[in-house]
Design a protein around this ligand. Structure first.
Ligand SMILES: [Cu+2]
Length: 183
């Protein structure tokens, strides 16, 4: 019984460690330059140098007297239209957790800034762990989460997170069975 519990705890710790590792990524937009019009930061290049996953945090750091952050649609991103943003942020230290795959477009809403290049397209990939559940806990009864045809940006929320909760749930169910059987 003690051994079983120990093994179980080890598995839970591994699952939790995996969750932590796969979801801890924080991406500071522009790296040390931050979110600015100064210095001609190439946000396209910055975004291309990163790999974004569902669950990652996008961080915008800037002087809130001069800038802000607006999440916009693709056409609004292309035309630098900040009149009807999907979301807006203005604290100067905004952290946005990405919950869906696909493109997420952000611009600065201060007139002229987006045109000057203060805009970023964050393309979020589906998390690889969603397609590869922990082998020790995988069971044929659990459907492997696989995406259908790529839908619109908001159509597939938290797929990988759900997959990991399934794994965690299985682990807890396993302990419940073991405990009730051996007690
Ligand atoms: Cu600005």
């Amino acid at each position: 019984m003690v051994l079983v519990v120990r093994v179980f705890l080890a598995v839970v710790l591994m699952v939790m460690a995996a969750l932590k590792v796969s979801h801890a990524a924080v991406h500071k937009v522009g790296d040390s330059a931050g979110w600015t019009t100064i210095g001609g930061v190439d946000y396209k290049k910055w975004a291309a140098s990163k790999t974004f996953h569902v669950g990652d945090v996008i961080k915008f750091e800037y002087n809130s007297q001069f800038h802000n952050v607006m999440r916009v649609t693709h056409p609004m991103y292309q035309s630098c239209n900040a009149t009807v943003p999907l979301d807006s942020y203005a604290t100067g230290n905004d952290t946005i957790t990405i919950t869906t795959k696909g493109h997420h477009f952000f611009i600065c809403g201060i007139p002229g800034h987006c045109q000057a290049g203060q805009k970023v397209d964050i393309n979020v990939l589906r998390h690889p762990s969603a397609a590869a559940p922990t082998p020790a806990l995988a069971s044929p009864a659990v459907p492997v989460a696989h995406a259908p045809a790529p839908g619109p940006n908001m159509a597939a929320p938290l797929k990988s997170v759900k997959g990991q909760f399934v794994v965690l749930g299985l682990a807890i169910a396993t302990l419940a069975v073991l405990v009730s059987g051996l007690a």
